[in-house]
Design a protein around this ligand. Sequence first.
Ligand code: GDP
Length: 237
Amino acid sequence: MTSSPPKPAAPAAPAPVTPLGWMHTARFLTTAAQLHHLPDHDLPEIAFVGRSNAGKSTCINTLTQQKQLAFASKKPGRTQHINLFSLGKQGITDAVLADLPGYGYAAVARDDKARWQRVMANYLVSRPNLLGVVMMCDPRHGLTELDEALLEVIRPRVEQGLKFLIVLTKADKLTRAEQAKALSIARLQAGGGEVRLFSALKKQGLEEVAQLLWDWTHPANATGEAASPAAPETPAD
Ligand code: GDP
């Protein structure tokens, strides 16, 4: 019996980049207590905001599949910092996530709160390459006064094209009917922005949110191909 020699293994094709795979590339970049300490860069930046306890850290950790990434923002001394994370395959950063401190936490001293509201508002109004804002909201409480105030701050930029997404967190705590109701209320409040249901517990909405952030940061160019060098190759049809 003859057996042909084993063929050399074909070089492995590069794994296609899925939006969720891209989210998993998140790496801690830097932390800053003041706006002018944030590094300048010319990549699209997406800010995550939300009332404290809305589920923001859990959402970021679940999306990036890194247990402690956003919880780094909760370490003493960092709770009032803007924490930046880089995203990008093969070490080539193509987007930046900014985790902004949770607001509305009762135990924060009034002066600190006021200072923080200013830093946050300044960031949202003046960060040059801010591409989009993701607001986490616990749908059992709906948008709070502070969420509404933040919406007011970014409204002029949203009208000029800033992208906006409300993530309704902890969706597992709602029945299907409650989820549908929360979605339609939030859609009215989002003023043309997007809304997605999300549950870290049930892994619900991960792909949808990742896809949206990918689409924001990798807009198709005129030929219909994704603009990013890290984008998966699509067969010509
Ligand atoms: P943050 O203050 O906005 O960063 O909120 P956390 O991520 O710390 O979450 C606040 C609380 O909500 C924690 O007790 C989490 O375990 C809980 N939580 C967050 N996401 C979910 C979720 O998807 N489902 C459920 N049931 N609980 C969640």
